[in-house]
Design a protein around this ligand. Sequence first.
Ligand code: 5AD
Length: 346
Amino acid sequence: MKKIIDKLYSENNLNESELLNLLNNVSNNEINYLHIKAIETLNKTYGKKIFLRGLIEFTNYCKNNCSYCGIRAGNKKCQRYRLSEKEILAICLEGYTLGYRTFVLQGGEDPYYSDTILTELIKEIKKQYPDCAVTLSIGERSPTSYKTLYNSGADRFLIREETRSKELYNKLHPNMSYENREFCLHELKRIGYQIGGGFMVGLPFQTNADYVKDLLFLKQLQPHMIGIGPFIPHKDTSLSKYPPGSIEMTCILLSILRLLLPEVLLPATTALGTLDPLGWEKGFYAGANVVMLNLSPPDAREKYSLYEGKANIPDDAIKYLSNIKSRIEKCGFTLDTSRGDHISLQ
Ligand code: 5AD
């Protein structure tokens, strides 16, 4: 197995059967070795920097019904909210003052936010904070809409493929299209966005062969960013009784992704940090180099409940940031508050 890891390290590639073999048979010692090789690779690209993003969850209305997600349309217990442009700009001001230079506007798929509304919002943020990147995470829209939002100043777009197993995708996403998910990612990249894909780990019925599909898909897509995190059950979903995904498997996959795509921006995700109090540290040691901190107001945070425990963060944004900074430094990394673009664009 060490030989396969060495090959992955030197060639930044493995074929389907090698990846499956690695996932099926990697031992504890070899997991450590895999993480060490991932860190060595990260040292050659981004070094010891961990990049910072500010997350603004601006709407929890969603027209979709993804069966793992707490804000799915069918969840009648979810209290819905939308933030106004004024509220969003106030959050940006607070974030900017603290040092944030990327704002991630994330929401459910909420048709209320037309291209006109979003265009105006993006233009205003870019006007007030021209040195900041605006990232959108608002799901599937038309190519025209993606193009309009890009032209209004949006820099990046996150849309996870969630899983590249077609069977599993269709099981978890009623009335959605596996093909359209992929189409959106390609379209966004063609338009010129820095794109972020990614998948969940430990979904009910998910297998190692499914992860191999995810890994090969991402290697081919070459996104600028990849977000992966463990599945966390939400009480108001049909998957509430299933166990959460494994932290260890998430970290193995993070390291493999770091080795397959040495230059990718790889967050230690909120789900990883929610499921395990040391989840982010484990992510950094596995090759992650981004943290996305929540800037949403406490009331919104509570309602933006994709999964259990997500809102459990301190209300004081200054203390929160300095706490994360010292956690990052304890791991031997530094917090970098620049825009943190992909290395090919710096
Ligand atoms: N557990 C873990 N991750 C989830 N997401 C949504 N619901 C859950 C859950 N229950 C992830 C999806 C989505 C991202 C914003 O959050 O991958 O793309």
